[in-house]
Write a protein of this length. Structure first.
Length: 145
């Protein structure tokens, strides 16, 4: 594992690209975050500040591959990668039960879109995703990789 850096919340703005290198890790604080108006499972509510987020965003991209760990009831919307990495899932979820993965898209050249352990994948909810361009839309592994 290569440490990209330690960070507080990352506030995205319109017309921005966040680049991550293959194998890089961004470490966020393990403390409780302050609450702000937001959406939690589709309901307007006070929610913790997102670790990566923003408001009224347009033309925003994140390039690289993501491994998300230890995030219960995570909601991921509109995830895609126009420059997928060979033999690397666009999204790897570890110890993140109950995740909702919604409205995601696999672009041509995507090898694996979503990877998780077989047992954990049973708790995910996949809604409205277009993953036909992925060689393998979902990869269920026998143990965390």
């Amino acid at each position: 594992m290569r440490l990209l850096g330690k960070s507080g919340p990352i506030e995205m703005v319109s017309n921005m690209t966040l680049y991550t290198a293959a194998g890089a890790t961004i470490k966020f604080p393990a403390t409780k975050m302050p609450f702000i108006p937001g959406r939690q499972q589709g309901i307007e509510a006070l929610t913790p500040i997102p670790l990566i987020g923003g408001h009224d965003l347009q033309n925003v991209a994140v390039e690289g591959a993501f491994s998300i760990q230890h995030s219960t009831n995570l909601e991921l919307n509109d995830v895609s990668n126009r420059k997928p990495l060979l033999n690397t899932p666009v999204l790897r979820l570890e110890s993140s039960p109950g995740a909702i993965v919604r409205n995601c898209r696999a672009f041509p050249g995507t090898d694996i879109f979503l990877s998780a352990s077989r047992d954990e994948a049973k708790s995910f909810h996949l809604v409205g995703n277009v993953l036909d361009n992925a060689h393998q839309a979902e990869q269920a592994t026998s143990a965390a990789q």
